[in-house]
Design a protein around this ligand. Structure first.
Ligand SMILES: C[C@H](O)[C@H](O)[C@H]1CNC2=NC(N)=NC(=O)C2=N1
Length: 97
């Protein structure tokens, strides 16, 4: 079972990512992505979905037209884990393809 990141672990992990923010009322991080079109946003979501399945770690997200809002947290530990950081960096990579 994956373990919950401590405060310092969480901060140093966040420092290595760009644009991910702590969510105010939850132990989670979030980021919004904007694309040129709905189909680009949806293509991005499809690629992220494959990573999520592979990691067995799934985002909370929503899509409106060309925008995708993503929240990451680890339900199993009720907080952030290494899996959130791994998925966040894959998400960033897919957003810039
Ligand atoms: C049984 C299965 O491994 C778990 O329910 C996985 C699936 N995907 C998950 N995704 C996220 N974000 N957090 C989890 O704790 C989680 N747990």
């Amino acid at each position: 079972m994956v373990k919950k990141l401590t405060g310092p672990e969480r901060q140093s992990a966040l420092d290595q990512l760009t644009g991910w923010q702590n969510v105010e009322d939850r132990d989670a991080i979030s980021k919004s992505f904007k694309f040129r079109s709905f189909i680009e946003a949806f293509g991005f979501m499809s690629r992220v979905a494959l990573h999520a399945e592979k990691l067995n770690h799934h985002p909370e997200w929503s899509n409106v037209y060309n925008r995708v809002d993503i929240l990451l947290t680890t339900h199993d530990v009720d907080g952030l884990s290494e899996l959130d950081m791994q998925l966040a960096s894959k998400i960033d990579r897919e957003a810039s393809r």
